[in-house]
Design a protein around this ligand. Structure first.
Ligand code: ADP
Ligand code: MN
Ligand code: MN
Ligand code: MN
Length: 358
């Protein structure tokens, strides 16, 4: 019998931006098992996570995605969980259920693929990493994809995080240093490997797990990663979560450009509905400067990094592929971003909290 440490990870009820929680359960594992169904439900005190009141506080953790734990090592697992009410229904803070339902109620037919670009800012104490105690670093310019001790800060952590994502089996696509010093990005999602599925649920799960690993590895360095969309006011880039999206029709050379244009038309019509779930304090980032379009308007364009939605230049040249929604903030919940994209682009609509058997 092998005693496995399984870290149950869930998303809490903190407002306005939900955060991650986790606790460890020791489970005797007799088989090599990766299925969520093989791991027991567990409960937690929802009154300490802004998810319940004190007199009736037990909520249920339902494992939904199991990956290898790259930190505790072989035989140990990370179990991403949905939060359920005691009667088994999804808790109001659980945004994953709705995405699963959208996929099952028609979304899957369109075979959507996703790729998130998660930007974040490293902090030690109150200051972004590498910033002087007083005043500001040199103006932006040399830092994006930079190299050298005076230009990039925190690479050791970034490299360790990337390897941990790979070891866990997450669909890490790549990493880069960002425009503001101390700011970085990793991408999770479609990366051209046929054996893996870049469907919205899987990629969103992977992003939450990758975020957890980033915070966890940061503990070793006394560095915190922050997802605020505008961590430093002024002439500094904010932090986004560009979301790359394609359907089968968009990827097909015969129908690609037409499907891409249809998607953009559909997105334009419900701009505000998207903005509403693209993260708190988004207006501080979507100013029309620093590689963004202003929050009040919808702009689409080829190769345009000042657009709300960009068609990458290579996609326009080939005539098929994917689009990049540049609006989501770094702190947006990937389940909500993915869900509204599936709704709009695939034209899928379901009632709130429709039961799975409907
Ligand atoms: P940028 O040029 O905007 O910085 P990146 O190189 O950082 O772009 O990221 C590219 C993203 O596009 C990745 O997240 C990747 O998963 C995603 N991607 C690539 N091809 C597709 C596709 N066909 N459908 C959806 N996402 C895709
Ligand atoms: Mn990028
Ligand atoms: Mn970026
Ligand atoms: Mn991008």
């Amino acid at each position: 019998m092998f005693l496995s440490q399984v870290t149950y990870i869930w998303i809490d009820g903190t407002s306005p931006t939900q955060t991650l929680r986790s606790k460890v359960k020791v489970i005797p594992l007799t088989q090599e098992s990766y299925n969520p169904i093989d791991f027991p439900q567990w409960s937690f005190d929802g009154s300490s996570t802004y998810q319940a009141t004190g007199h009736d506080s037990d909520l249920i953790l339902q494992p939904v995605r199991i990956v290898d734990d790259p930190i505790l090592g072989e035989g140990n697992y990370l179990a991403l969980c949905e939060v359920l009410n005691p009667d088994g229904s999804p808790h109001i803070s659980n945004k994953r259920t709705r995405l699963v339902q959208l996929m099952e109620h028609g979304g899957n037919v369109y075979q959507p693929w996703l790729g998130f670009e998660q930007e974040y800012t490293l902090f030690r104490g109150q200051q972004p990493l590498g910033w002087p105690d007083r005043g500001y670093p040199a103006p932006q310019g040399p830092f994006y994809c930079g190299v050298g001790a005076d230009e990039v800060f925190g690479r050791h952590l970034v490299e360790e995080h990337a390897q941990a994502c790979i070891d866990a089996g997450l669909m890490l696509y790549g990493t880069n240093a960002e425009v503001m010093p101390g700011q970085w990005e990793f991408q999770i999602g479609y990366r051209g490997i046929d054996s893996e599925s870049a469907d919205p649920v899987t990629v969103s799960d992977h992003l939450w797990l990758a975020r957890w690993l980033l915070y966890r590895i940061g503990e070793e360095y006394d560095i915190t990663a922050k997802l605020h969309p505008k961590p430093v006011k002024g002439d500094w880039n904010g932090a986004g979560k560009h979301t790359n999206f394609s359907t089968k029709a968009m990827r097909d050379p015969k129908t690609g450009m037409e499907a891409i244009n249809q998607a953009i038309d559909a997105l334009e019509k419900v701009h505000d509905k998207h903005i509403a779930v693209y993260g708190h304090d988004l207006e501080l980032r979507l100013t029309g400067k620093h590689e963004t379009a202003h929050m009040s308007e919808f702009i689409a364009g080829v190769g345009n990094r000042g657009a709300s939605v960009r068609i990458p230049r290579p996609v326009a040249t080939k005539g098929y592929g994917y689009i990049e929604d540049r609006r989501p903030g770094a702190n947006a919940n990937p389940y909500e971003v993915a869900a509204v994209l599936v709704e709009t682009i695939c034209g899928i609509h379901i009632k709130e909290n429709v039961s799975v058997t409907d």
